[in-house]
Design a protein around this ligand. Structure first.
Ligand code: PHE
Ligand code: FE
Length: 262
């Protein structure tokens, strides 16, 4: 997406794209809309989200009432896993994004969707970024994995392999499923923050649910504007950590010459 097509105000962002959250600037209507989104999703997550996410949200009860103050959450996060949240105007370029992750900073969009976008929004907003991503940053293994991903992103840029690595992000961090004793559950932020796809990804017989396979994922195109046709299922965050630990350099070189899965 070109910067000119993005909704956020990038005029006050520095070279790292960080801005002030300006929490007092949110209107009562925005806090109320956020709370409505939170309440709808809260009815779904006990049944559909992975245990790590559910455990983490219990410690963030203030985030249920109003748009959270990033500095307060960061204080807790720093103690738990060394991460912090930084406010950004919206989507940011790859190099800035990877650099934040590689320094244990998670960029969260400052603005909230409009009421007519309650069910669906194209660009990530503060609800998606916060509700979907931030709770899992309290999980030590997930948090370490995302830090490794950030470093891997900077390396992928040097190797001209960002598209392959972005597919990994898509099928794990955004749309990943996890096997649990109770059945398959969602850990991807795009699922956890979605009013419709969260139940779909677990209950619906239509989509494929394939075991995590790094090379297969890196060769799989994805759609950003509809429910996924396939999900990849991990056994645990430890497995995700382990299977992404090897040096990707030879994997990128090998996959570059192979066709994509359709
Ligand atoms: N192991 C990857 C590499 O060598 C880095 C990475 C780790 C990427 C974890 C994604 C997730 O490039
Ligand atoms: Fe996201």
């Amino acid at each position: 997406m070109k910067a000119s097509e993005l909704r956020g105000d990038y005029s006050r962002a520095g070279s790292d794209y960080v801005v002030e959250q300006d929490w007092p600037g949110y209107s009562p209507e925005e806090h109320a809309l956020y709370r409505k989104l939170f309440e709808r999703q809260s009815k779904l997550v006990p049944r559909y989200a992975c245990p790590e996410w559910i455990e983490a949200i219990a410690g963030l009860e203030s985030a249920a009432r109003e748009i959270p103050r990033f500095d307060r959450i960061s204080k807790k996060l720093r103690v738990a896993t060394g991460w912090q949240i930084v406010a950004v105007p919206g989507l940011i370029p790859d190099d800035a994004f990877f650099t934040h992750l590689a320094n244990r900073r998670f960029p969260v969009t400052v603005w909230l969707r409009r009421p007519e976008e309650f069910d669906y929004i194209v660009e990530p907003d503060v609800f998606h970024d916060f509700f979907g991503h931030v709770p899992l940053l309290f999980d030590r293994v997930y948090a370490d994995h995302l830090y490794e991903y950030g470093k891997g992103g900077l390396k992928a840029m040097r190797l001209d392999a960002v598209r392959m690595l972005a597919r990994l992000y898509w099928f794990t961090i955004e749309f990943g499923l996890m096997k649990t004793p109770a059945g398959v559950r969602a850990y991807g932020a795009g699922l956890i923050s979605s009013g419709g796809e969260l139940a779909y990804c677990v209950d619906d017989p239509k989509p494929q649910r394939l075991p995590f396979d790094l090379e297969r994922i890196m060769r799989t195109e994805y759609q950003i504007d509809r429910y996924q046709e396939r999900y990849f299922v991990i056994d645990s965050f430890e497995q995700l950590m382990r299977e992404t630990a090897p040096d990707f350099t030879p994997i990128y070189a090998h996959l570059r010459n192979l066709p994509l899965w359709t």
